[in-house]
Design a binder for this molecule. Structure first.
Ligand SMILES: Nc1ncnc2c1ncn2[C@@H]1O[C@H](COP(=O)(O)OP(=O)(O)OP(=O)(O)O)[C@@H](O)[C@H]1O
Length: 867
């Protein structure tokens, strides 16, 4: 079938792309899509689907977006997981003989697009070698590159933490089991790529061997890096010289926090909209720049384990916390600073506009102003940061001197540079302005000569300059006017004198645009040449922002400087949970925590809602804050360095991963028991809850015993409802009982949120249920069931089996003394209740079950009475 030449060109270019990459084809002022692409894009972007004559194929579907609005539309497509190839006209249409030459100039993909946002946006590459998986992560916008390798699970953790938007896998490689779910959870796409050939990675960094970049020859990590860089080269088609040197994911001297720990401790925001829960990151973020916020997040997720490095940061924070004037000046200097890394990325991928160039200059000026404020005789970190830094002020000043105050958003229309910057540009501009004044004179002259008062000189792209005469005056038009165009209201003419001028003026205008563009490009080139030093400068500025932000946080929220030691243990006086405190304010009740090598295990009991989870998480958050170099919410804190934080805390979203709650619990527990060292902090919340009481209790007991009997016992906070475990402290001096205090009142109980150094005497489950508004009749029956259970022979026997009972059963005289739970009608209810899986229900369904339970219980009450 023969297509029009343009459509043939389109087809040829499209055939070079993967099937699912959309092609945006530049036609005049629009980027157009055709065929299936047009159908998909018109739906995705909610734009009108039209058609275009394609030759014998007839009309084919088409839709398009104006070229100046491309970025916005691209962003929307990328957000929906599309990959988009941009095809531009690569020669001047005026100079083209026949069809304009077009080429793909870049491919925009979810993992490589540079967006105007502060969040990181990663591209990941996975390379499999036997049991080892190599991983590379690149944030093109921020210029960050990370690499690492490990087990399938390690890599899953990294991927979950970095939340890449796009994951590269080799064509034939089978997907790891977890990939599909990760992709769903984080809205990423998987892109299949050819196996890496050559050394795109080494070539990018101009390195002769991988060792020079910290990688091993032939390693899985190196393959992943090669995959990522080959893909970047193929899609970006630009130098990407702004990318910082690659950094290992598992740097020595960093604390490792697994994905689950990050989630359990709510370090970063989770959920969205109304479900979005406040996180540590939200509370501690006092940075004033977007890049500073990104770095703060990195610090928080990768705390240090090297005491000296932590103290170096703490010294800097102290200096800034103590000097409020200096802190305010630094923060003021940085306020409103554009994202330097992102601007560098744009220069490096050739997408910077004149506006970006000026923004870059302003960002440098702001960064330099902030850095210049640092007292060099002050903390060592300040001088270390600034020691080898070139002075970028001359560069910034030079740019600002040359560019106009409000440069255009594209480099193609001139008006970028000030007068006096370039003699040739000035000369051409004055030619243009002379031309304009000549036009004014010419207009006046012609009005005079013809006597047509309303005669006007106008301009459009098709006809150039013209003389417009209204209908009423057409009879006065002189013979030397040549008719060009008829309008409803009059006619347009040219004149030889006007034509001659027009040629001069248009040439001058085109020449100016050309010269300005070339000058702009040479500026971008100069920036690119210094991209890696500028990127380093950007990181220094972000560090200053983070340090000043942490100092601000310390002062604003009354945090104290922790004492960080190489010993094992921690002593926190009047510690607070930073996030809960931020929402409760003065109502928050501070608590102490002392863990020593001799007594590293705390067994925490107390009612639901008593504050156990808060207390446990608080310990981990304080340790993380201290080790990232921040002050902490406490009256005082002495923190022995922690190598890892492990958490096993019932997570509500386990279900969304399709794993049973109990299975997840046990998998995590297994990891903790395998990997926790004597320097680890372990939080265990209600181990065993996911299974039957006695299985759960037995597992909890065995775990506690295992931890207590170790030579290197991890610092452990063990919250439990199993009161049976309380007696452990008699067997093991390393286990200390603590509980959340409760006050019993006439109407029920009141939570004091105070930690006391004794076990809780009861679990108060039913009282908490009453507080939650369970109907009185259900509460009453629950009390009856409870007292009955306490004397059921099976239960009593099972308990006696295990240990001496702490309390004698309280037989209530006014209630049914021995309710036979296994009598048929009760048994039905018990069986039915046992079959309910509340964790898999929506709140509404759970309410219905509760309602039904109450109904059934009421029936039973009636049945019992009737007996
Ligand atoms: N120290 C405190 N000061 C004031 N309020 C607190 C404190 N600790 C916890 N709370 C409040 O009590 C609520 C319950 O706390 P938390 O979830 O830690 O209890 P829990 O004992 O772990 O409960 P459950 O066993 O049901 O999980 C929190 O939402 C918080 O508002």
């Amino acid at each position: 079938m023969s297509l029009t030449p343009m459509m043939r060109q389109y087809r040829e270019i499209k055939s070079k792309l993967d099937g699912d990459t959309l092609l945006m084809f530049r036609l005049g002022d629009f980027y157009e899509l055709f065929f299936e692409d047009a159908v998909m894009a018109s739906q995705a972007l909610d734009i009108t689907l039209t058609g275009r004559d394609a030759g014998e194929a007839g009309r084919v579907p088409m839709c398009g977006v104006p070229h100046h609005a491309l970025d916005g539309y691209l962003e929307r497509l990328i957000e929906q997981g599309f990959r988009v190839a941009i095809c531009d006209q690569v020669e001047d249409p005026k100079a083209a003989k026949g069809l304009v030459r077009r080429e793909i100039v870049r491919i925009v993909t979810p993992g490589t697009a540079v967006a105007e946002e502060s969040d990181a946006r990663y591209l990941a590459a996975l390379a499999f070698q036997g049991d080892e998986v190599g991983l590379a992560l690149v944030d093109v916008g921020a210029g960050d590159v990370w690499f690492g390798a490990g087990s399938d699970e390690d890599v899953r953790d990294h991927v979950a933490r970095f939340r890449p938007r796009e994951i590269l896998l080799e064509g034939a490689q089978a997907s790891p089991d977890w990939l599909e779910e990760t992709v769903k959870r984080h809205g990423a796409i998987v892109t299949r790529v050819p196996s890496p050939s050559g050394d795109a990675f080494l070539a990018h960094y101009n390195a002769t061997s991988p060792e020079a970049l910290g990688l091993r020859m032939g390693s899985a990590a190196l393959s992943a890096c090669n995959m990522a860089f080959q893909y970047l080269r193929d899609t970006q088609m630009a130098s990407l010289c702004h990318l910082a040197p690659p950094r290992p994911l598992l740097e020595p001297g960093r604390m490792w926090l697994s994905e689950r720990t990050v989630e359990h401790l709510e370090l970063v925001p989770m959920g969205s909209g109304r479900d979005r829960r406040a996180s540590l990151y939200d509370v501690i973020r006092e940075t004033v720049t977007a890049a500073g916020s990104r770095l703060l997040r990195t610090w928080m997720l990768r705390p240090l384990t090297d005491r000296r490095a932590i103290e170096e940061r703490l010294d800097a924070v102290t200096a800034l916390a103590d000097d409020s004037l200096l802190r305010a000046e630094i923060r003021e200097a940085l306020k409103g600073m554009h994202d330097l890394s992102r601007l560098l990325a744009k220069c490096s991928i050739g997408r910077a506009t004149p506006r970006d160039l000026l923004a870059l200059a302003h960002a440098i000026e702001k960064g330099e102003a902030a850095v210049a404020l640092l007292p060099l005789e002050g903390p060592a970190l300040f001088s270390r940061l600034t020691r080898d830094l070139p002075d970028f002020r001359p560069l910034a000043e030079h740019i600002a001197r040359e560019l106009v105050d409000d440069p255009p958003a594209t480099a193609t229309e001139g008006g970028i540079f000030r007068d006096g910057v370039d003699a040739e540009i000035d000369r051409l501009r004055s030619l243009q302005s002379e031309g304009r004044s000549w036009l004014r004179d010419f207009e006046a002259r012609e009005r005079e000569r013809t006597g047509i008062k309303s005669l006007k000189i106008g301009y459009n792209k098709v006809f150039g300059y013209y003389i417009e005469v209204s209908k009423a005056n057409l009879s006065l038009v002189p013979a030397d006017y040549e008719r060009k165009q008829t309008l409803a209201s009059g006619e347009r003419f040219t004149h030889p004198e006007l034509k001659a001028r027009e040629a001069d003026m248009l040439t001058a205008a085109e020449r100016v645009v050309e010269l300005e563009r070339a000058r702009f490009e040479s500026w971008i080139h100069r920036v690119r040449e210094q991209a890696s030093e500028l990127q380093q400068f950007a990181e220094v500025v972000s560090t200053v922002d983070v340090l000043a932000g942490l100092a601000e946080l310390a002062v604003k929220r009354g945090y104290v400087r922790p004492e960080v030691t190489d010993e094992i243990g921690m002593e926190i006086r009047e510690g607070r949970h930073p996030v809960v405190e931020a929402s409760l304010g003065a109502e928050f009740v501070p608590n102490d925590l002392v863990l020593t090598p001799d007594a590293p295990i705390v067994l925490l009991t107390g009612p639901n809602m008593g504050g156990k989870s808060t207390y446990m998480r608080q310990a981990a958050l304080i340790a993380i804050l201290a080790q990232m170099g921040s002050y902490v919410p406490a009256r005082s804190a002495r923190i022995g360095l922690v190598d890892r934080v492990f958490t096993r805390i019932g997570a509500s979203d386990d279900l969304s991963r399709g794993q049973s709650t109990f299975m997840v619990e046990m998998t995590e527990l297994a990891e903790i028991l395998r990997e926790a060292s004597g320097r680890s902090l372990v939080l265990l919340d209600e181990i065993g809850r996911g299974t039957s009481t006695y299985d759960g209790l037995s597992i909890a007991e065995a775990v506690l015993e295992d931890l207590a009997e170790r030579r290197h016992r991890p610092l452990t906070l063990f919250a439990t409802h199993y009161h049976e475990l309380i007696s452990f402290s008699e067997r093991f001096s390393c286990v200390r009982n603590q509980s959340m205090a409760v006050e019993e009142t006439d109407t029920g109980i009141r939570f004091l949120h105070t930690v006391v150094m004794r076990p809780s005497d009861r679990s108060y489950g039913i009282q908490v249920a009453r507080l939650a508004g369970l109907p009185d009749r259900v509460i009453r029956r629950a009390m009856e069931f409870l007292s009955a259970r306490e004397v059921t022979p099976e239960v009593a026997a099972a308990r006696d089996d295990r240990r001496e009972r702490r309390r004698e059963p309280q037989v209530r005289e006014d209630g049914p003394v021995a309710l036979d739970l296994f009598a048929a009608p009760y048994r039905d209810l018990v069986d039915w209740l046992a079959a309910q899986d509340v964790m898999r229900m929506t709140p509404l369904e759970a309410m219905q079950v509760l309602h039904e339970a109450a109904e059934k219980a009421r029936d039973l009450v009636g049945w019992a009475k009737s007996r």
